[in-house]
Ligand binder design. Structure first.
Ligand SMILES: *[C@@H]1O[C@H](CO)[C@@H](O)[C@H](O)[C@H]1NC(C)=O
Ligand SMILES: *[C@@H]1O[C@H](CO)[C@@H](O)[C@H](O)[C@H]1NC(C)=O
Length: 720
């Protein structure tokens, strides 16, 4: 009883007060006394550059958005305990102030768990190694760390006067993220934790509402909200909370090995209209600009460097038409009828099979209607008032004044534009070959048995070498009968290159669905000491799943050598030596200073199709302002740096498997429905931000793990 009374009081003072406030009732978020239908879009600040932010925000505003939504990325802001980073792509305050200058609001999803196809779901890896740590449950070390970071962010926002009651743009925050499924999984400690999280957040007195998305039992005053492709059936857990859609997925992420998912804009517009006509008052597009997972920020396993997401603004910051334009037209229509939407509940009638009419007719005047045809196959003629309306299959019309059709979700008027990648430059490469290390090297660590990768690397690098020696006696039968022994290596993931006596014997990798892998192959061994050097490679850390912090990476065994005189030799428990990272990483070959510390091969000596090869070149920035990318076709797998900035992981040799059948906008959408580019590399082009380039003398460095042809690498510009 207490809460409704409180809400009533808030509501009644709203009418007379001129104080800046944000509150809510069952209909909507209320800003300065006015209920609002808010259209929002996710733009994650570290997935673009500060130089791109103003243009992205302007395009969001021109696209009819009211709100920019972003997560806060803990591991970017606190790379080591107590050492904070709010610079460059992590300049959160600057990003929010730019949104404010554009006249838009901010929905700040602090988390600090964010999922987001981001490394470790946004948690710093050091957090896992705090004694007694257990993520996202009723665990003291975790709660202390989470509260400290949440307070850090809230206090930063307060000190910059960024919350709406202070005159800032932030109208809402978020604590935790999609916690419902975990709570369901772990029970009582999960319940206790979410109660704690809600109280902790509420106690920070931001003056704006908090939401908890995908959490049906979100404690008051947290608003529970919906994420998905459609959310019209969702209702908040209390009758005095507004119905909000925090993530309407505009597409889907791409994984290495998978095709590129798209989502037709007609279906997105349909999901929005269907949500709004059923009392929905807040819709956020996830993503509105997806951007790029620069460096090693991609997470969830095997997530590509591109996070384009088929969003209304593409990875490069160009309009993705007709998606952007058709949604802008939708927002214009919704703005037109906003006064009716916020002042009435809909009256619903059912004129025919798969048909509905929702009418908003406030007592104060005005009228708005939605005519819906849910049939995926047939168009419909619908009579409303004295007029007949024509509805394509799977579509909703919006009527202003309950008369004029101002929008239909399937009648796309925005233009379609084609994107082109045009070559603008090639490179003259130099190469440097990294040797496979040996267990005798000084910078290795010898231990008995196999160690989990993250525990050894602490994610300082994707790479961990597992090194061992195997002795072969001269009287082994295989030496004369030619039946080579078989080396079998079981790994928790994610990719593995096996070298025997410095020669690449084979490469295996897992996938997002099954990161585990097995290398099993006959190997050439010689009499005496043989060097086994295995490069285990992580491809992003898990970002989702109950206690994903306990998921293993690396070679955990068993490792066996079968076909010796003794039968099968178990190498699992013998001595293994470990080396974290590559020599080239230690030498910082990605920087100007570091790259001059080794001898590079030039001209005809440049390595081709050789594993463990570093390539470098310098180039001048092409004229103009068109976005740039590297076409990495012809290369295998590795990483790219420009002027010391990590462009990301590349892997064009990982080909898109899947179903790329024809795609219709009608019918229930899922992320496998409208795939494209099956049979092509999952990701061929890698975004090069203009702002990372100087006019001349840019250093481009590529590390190739298993062998590629650098002469095919091309600089391209993206145009429409
Ligand atoms: C809208 O909300 C009102 C009040 O909660 C409810 O009675 C009505 O059924 C809702 N209508 C729809 C279409 O969801
Ligand atoms: C982590 O590595 C250390 C040695 O560096 C070892 O003592 C410890 O047992 C390892 N922990 C796990 C869980 O593997």
């Amino acid at each position: 009883m207490k809460i409704p009374v409180l809400i009533l009081i808030v509501f009644s003072c709203v009418c007379s007060s001129i104080n800046a406030t944000v509150s809510y009732d069952d209909k909507a978020i209320i800003i300065n006394g006015k209920r609002r239908i808010l259209m929002s879009g996710s733009i994650h600040y570290p997935r673009s550059t500060p130089q791109m932010w103003p243009d992205l925000i302007k395009k969001a505003k021109d696209g009819g958005l009211d709100v920019i939504q972003t997560y806060v990325f803990w591991n970017g802001h606190e790379p080591s305990p107590g050492k904070y980073n709010f610079e460059g792509r992590y300049d959160l305050v600057k990003f929010i102030k730019l949104v404010q200058q554009a006249g838009l609001y901010v929905h700040l999803r602090i988390g600090p768990y964010v999922c987001a196809e981001w490394n470790f779901g946004g948690f710093p890896v050091w957090l896992k190694y705090v004694p007694g740590m257990s993520f996202r449950t009723d665990n003291e070390p975790f709660k202390i760390a989470m509260q400290r970071f949440t307070e850090k962010i809230v206090n930063l926002m307060k000190s910059e006067k960024l919350f709406e009651p202070q005159g800032g743009p932030i109208i809402m925050s978020q604590i935790e993220n999609e916690y419902g499924p975990v709570e369901w999984d772990i029970g009582a400690p999960g319940k206790a934790y979410s109660k704690w999280a809600a109280q902790m957040a509420d106690g920070l007195k931001t003056g704006v509402p908090w939401i908890m998305c995908k959490q049906e039992d979100a404690p008051d005053p947290m608003i529970d909200t919906c994420n998905g492709f459609y959310c019209e059936k969702f209702t908040p857990n209390k009758p005095y909370k507004p119905k909000m859609f925090t993530e309407l997925w505009t597409g889907w992420f791409t994984e290495f090995g998978g095709p590129i998912p798209t989502r037709p804009v007609q279906d997105i517009a349909y999901a929005v209209a269907r949500f709004i006509q059923n009392n929905g008052s807040f819709v956020n597009y996830y993503m509105y600009h997806g951007g790029t997972n620069f460096g090693r920020t991609a997470g969830g396993l095997f997530i590509t460097t591109s996070y384009d997401y088929d969003a209304p603004i593409d990875e490069y910051g160009l309009l993705n038409e007709p998606k952007w334009g058709h949604l802008r037209d939708l927002h214009t229509a919704i703005k037109l009828i906003e006064p009716a939407l916020v002042s009435a509940y809909p009256t619903v009638t059912y004129p025919g099979k798969n048909q509905e009419i929702h009418v908003f007719k406030p007592k104060s005047g005005g009228c708005a209607a939605f005519l819906s045809n849910y049939d995926p196959h047939f168009s419909a003629k619908m009579t409303f008032g004295n007029t007949q309306y024509q509805l394509p299959p799977w579509s909703i019309s919006i009527l202003h004044d309950c008369k004029t059709e101002v929008y239909n979700t399937a009648k796309v008027k925005a233009p379609t534009t084609q994107k082109k990648m045009t070559p603008v430059g090639q490179f003259k490469w130099q190469s440097y070959n990294e040797e496979t290390p040996s267990s005798e090297d000084r910078d290795t660590l010898a231990m008995k048995g196999l160690y989990e990768q993250l525990n050894v690397t602490r994610d300082a690098s994707d790479y961990l070498w597992y090194l061992a020696e195997v002795h072969i006696s001269p009287n082994e039968h295989f030496l004369t009968n030619g039946q080579l022994p078989v080396l079998t290596v079981m790994s928790a993931g994610h990719a593995l290159h096996v070298f025997i006596n410095n020669q690449l014997a084979g490469t295996v990798w897992g996938s997002l669905k099954n990161p585990k892998l097995t290398f099993s192959q006959s190997v050439k061994l010689r009499v005496g000491v043989n060097k086994i050097s295995m490069l285990s490679v992580s491809v992003g850390l898990a970002n989702v799943g109950t206690h994903f912090e306990t998921y293993n990476v690396g070679i955990l065994g068993p490792i066996t050598l079968k076909g010796l005189n003794e039968g099968t030799r178990d190498l699992t428990k013998q001595q293994w030596s470990y080396k974290v990272g590559l020599k080239g990483e230690t030498l910082s070959l990605d920087t100007l200073d570091g790259s001059s510390s080794v001898e590079w091969l030039q001209g005809s000596l440049v390595a081709q199709k050789q594993p463990l090869t570093w390539y470098k070149t310098t180039f001048n920035a092409p004229e103009g302002n068109d976005p740039l990318a590297l076409d990495m076709n012809g290369m295998g797998k590795g990483q790219i740096w420009i002027n010391g900035e990590g462009l990301g992981r590349y892997w064009p040799a990982n080909i898109a498997h899947g179903n790329c059948d024809k795609c219709s906008y009608t019918g229930i959408y899922n992320e496998n429905k409208c795939n494209r580019y099956c049979g092509d590399p999952s990701q061929r082009w890698y975004h090069v931000p203009r702002s990372w380039l100087r006019p001349t003398g840019n250093l481009l460095v590529v590390f190739e793990e298993w062998g590629g042809n650098p002469d095919w690498i091309t600089l391209v510009k993206r145009t429409t």
